[in-house]
Design a binder for this molecule. Structure first.
Ligand code: NAD
Length: 248
């Protein structure tokens, strides 16, 4: 177990925002569990290697977090290896964009399953042990789009708005057990998810951002880390926007 004793589990921690969150925790030397579902293991192993070089006990597991059965099995494994989870960051997410008229049922179902059902799966499985230990921190990664909408992202926006409702409800359910549950809603962040967007769309977004630049994964990680720190102990059920002012 790490020096601080905290055990941190991050879904989608192999790259992008999840990876930046993992490194933001590094200074307190927690034990770190990285979940991912990349086709190959290279990003996850690179993340684990770099975390280990910083003296952190880190492990990566490849699984589809939208499968309740697989999440349950993984958590049993995690409990026997690490004993507990103190921090859960529900960050895994995907896009399958198209205008509603062209959106397939599979595009809808897949995005809702991976982005929203996964948050139910991981939270339910982990929260039982947090309740027993009377403490824990959960941060769910939503999106500014869940609040303001975005043409071509009906499935994604619905999943991210769903995360906001879920966050507030669970925050109320477990507040008496010393557990805080918050969401972070990033705006337009420089990761693989946005790398493939056409320049025209990028330019359009940039014009809407008061701080006039894309965010970096580290900008989001800072908010996540703070919500999991003792400084934020009186904050629960909130959605913190990290969007350069895109939403205010
Ligand atoms: N990049 C942005 O501009 C932006 C903006 C708002 C919100 N977000 C949200 O932030 C989160 C991280 O996004 P990112 O930009 O770092 O994305 P990314 O594509 O770089 O990384 C996604 C991560 O999720 C994992 N993942 C995907 N499907 C999974 C599954 N079924 N099971 C387990 N893991 C799975 C991947 O393996 C990877 O580790 C997502 O929830 C995304 O919706 C991103």
């Amino acid at each position: 177990m790490g020096e601080s004793g905290r055990v941190v589990m991050i879904t989608g921690g192999s790259r992008g925002i999840g990876r930046a969150v993992a490194f933001r925790f590094a200074e307190e030397k927690p034990s770190m569990i990285i979940l991912h579902y990349d086709p190959d293991d290279s990003a996850a192993s690179d993340t684990v290697t770099k975390l280990s070089e910083l003296g952190i006990q880190a492990a990566a597991y490849k699984l589809d977090v939208s499968s309740y059965k697989d999440v349950e099995a993984l958590f049993k494994n995690v409990l026997s290896r690490f004993g507990k989870v103190d921090v859960l960051v529900n960050n895994a997410g995907i896009t399958r964009d198209s205008l509603l008229m062209r959106m397939t049922e599979d595009d809808w179902d897949t995005v809702l399953r991976v982005n929203l059902k996964s948050v139910f799966n991981c939270t339910q499985v982990v929260i039982r042990s947090m309740i027993k230990q009377r403490g824990g921190r959960i941060v769910n990664i939503s999106s500014v789009v869940g609040q303001i909408g975005n043409p071509g992202q009906a499935n994604y926006a619905a999943s991210k708005a769903g995360i906001m409702g879920f966050t507030k409800t669970i925050a109320r359910e477990v507040a008496g057990r010393g557990i805080t549950v918050n969401a972070v809603a990033p705006g337009f962040i420089n990761t693989e998810m946005t790398a493939g967007l056409p320049d025209k769309i990028k330019q359009y977004f940039l014009q809407q951002i008061p701080l006039a630049r894309m965010g970096e994964p580290e900008d989001v990680a800072e908010a996540v880390y703070w919500l999991c720190s003792d400084a934020a102990r009186y904050i629960t059920g909130q959605v913190i926007h990290v969007s350069g002012g895109l939403f205010m």
